[in-house]
Design a protein. Structure first.
Length: 95
């Protein structure tokens, strides 16, 4: 399966629009931030986890419901900040 295909299509459309509207003014690298820059599990293993959860919908529901709890929302914010800092350490600039 092509996990992330819809997100990639949107990213490509944005890149193409910038190219059309502002030729040669932007450099755009489209990357899979989880697979290529995930600092630890589960972020560096999203594709495999996505496929498992797509096959077993009760897992999808459990993770979704957990993510809507106050603790799940707090944990997500914490891990987003960890990922952001990790990404900044790898790259000198974020575009």
């Amino acid at each position: 399966s092509d996990t992330g295909g819809g997100h990639r299509a949107s990213a490509n459309a944005l890149r193409d629009a910038f190219d059309t509207l502002y030729p040669n003014q932007f450099e755009c690298d489209i990357v899979d931030i989880y697979t290529e820059y995930g600092p630890f599990w589960p972020y560096d293993d999203y594709v495999r986890c996505y496929k498992i959860m797509a096959e077993y919908s009760f897992l999808w529901e459990a993770f979704y419901n957990f993510g809507t709890t106050p603790f799940g929302l707090w944990l997500n914010e914490l891990l987003l900040e960890v990922r952001r800092r990790h990404f900044v350490l790898i790259h000198s600039r974020i575009v």
